[in-house]
Design a protein around this ligand. Structure first.
Ligand SMILES: NC(=O)c1ccc[n+]([C@@H]2O[C@H](COP(=O)([O-])OP(=O)(O)OC[C@H]3O[C@@H](n4cnc5c(N)ncnc54)[C@H](OP(=O)(O)O)[C@@H]3O)[C@@H](O)[C@H]2O)c1
Length: 285
């Protein structure tokens, strides 16, 4: 059923930027169970959407009334603010009435981008997330797990990892229900974990020998450079490890439960589900 104008649930035509990514892919799967038109915003999308090419934006926004915004690579990178300013202006010109922004917890620069969305003159919800569980299965920490050796700095840092399934559930609620307009949600999981504890949990659930080795930030940057990781990406990783992995960002919130009426997913549950997919089995790849 299409939503009537008096229905507090809205969003008939939703552009999901990053709609094949960690959160966007899950958002698209959930939206498919509703009678709404979904368009994936990505470089491979139809029409294509590229953050680095503003000429692609109007085509992707055309005919849409709601947008889920996941920025690449991160709202903290130099230039992101200008891009978000230009994109939100175009979105309003194109007729967007609601924006749901995925932001990073503890990133001062990302909060400036949140302000731009809040002041764009349309409905908004900010979903500010802690680090995702899925970084260990769908992103940059997967390879070290497959190799069986995780070497990372900040081994003592406590991170309240949040699950991308919980983020997607909150995002979908925010896209579809107007009671979330004007709200900022800070999402974490239910437990703080160090890299060493994460390594132990994954080793236990997979039955594999995986070692954690604490290194300095300088050693990590050197390793990334040796692996031909681009300078701007090394800058971002350094930023995330030094600015985000700090004590003030380690507290646990109950915003997942506030929005969804259920507990957030624990890392152990994520690890069990992920191990069952075989993705942490190096012989399967
Ligand atoms: N990972 C974390 O722990 C964490 C925590 C808090 C916040 N965040 C934020 O989450 C956001 C990323 O969201 P995510 O993890 O759900 O997505 P993701 O998995 O990083 O994104 C992949 C998606 O983005 C698309 N994409 C990549 N480059 C693009 C470009 N230049 N233009 C348009 N689309 C592009 C990809 O499709 P194509 O390849 O087809 O373009 C794909 O659909 C970032 O802003 C990050 O700061 C992440």
């Amino acid at each position: 059923m299409k939503n009537g104008s008096k229905n507090p649930r809205q969003g008939n035509n939703i552009l999901v930027i990053g709609g094949t990514g960690k959160t966007g892919g899950r958002v698209v799967e959930r939206l498919k169970t509703h009678d709404i038109a979904i368009r994936i915003g990505s470089r491979a999308g139809e029409p294509p959407f590229d953050w680095e090419n503003p000429e692609t934006w109007a085509g992707a926004l055309d005919g849409m009334d709601t947008v889920y915004i996941t920025f690449q690579p991160d709202l903290a990178v130099p230039g992101a603010r200008k891009t978000i300013e230009e994109f939100t202006s175009q979105a309003v010109i194109s007729g967007i009435q609601k924006m749901v922004l995925l932001s990073g917890r503890g990133e001062k620069e990302a909060e400036l981008c949140e302000q731009i969305v809040m002041n764009a003159g349309v409905d908004w919800t900010i979903v500010r997330a802690s680090w995702f569980n899925q970084n260990f299965s769908e992103s940059f920490f997967l390879d070290p797990i497959l190799v069986g050796h995780i070497a990372l700095p900040r081994g003592e840092a406590l991170v309240p990892y949040v699950d991308a399934d919980d983020i997607a559930d909150v995002v979908v609620e925010s896209l579809l229900d107007n009671k979330h307009v004007g709200k900022t949600y800070e999402l974490t999981g239910p437990r703080q974990l160090t890299f060493r504890q994460i390594t132990e949990e994954i080793a236990n659930v997979t039955g594999r020998d995986i070692q954690y080795n604490s290194i300095t930030m300088d050693e990590y940057k050197k390793i990334l450079g040796e692996h031909q990781v681009p300078e701007d990406y090394i800058w971002l990783i350094n930023y995330l490890f030094t600015e985000v992995l700090v004590e003030k960002n380690s507290s646990i919130t109950n915003d997942v439960e506030k929005v969804l009426g259920r507990k957030s997913k624990d890392f152990a549950e994520y690890a069990g589900e992920t191990a069952a997919t075989g993705i942490w089995n190096p012989d399967a790849s």
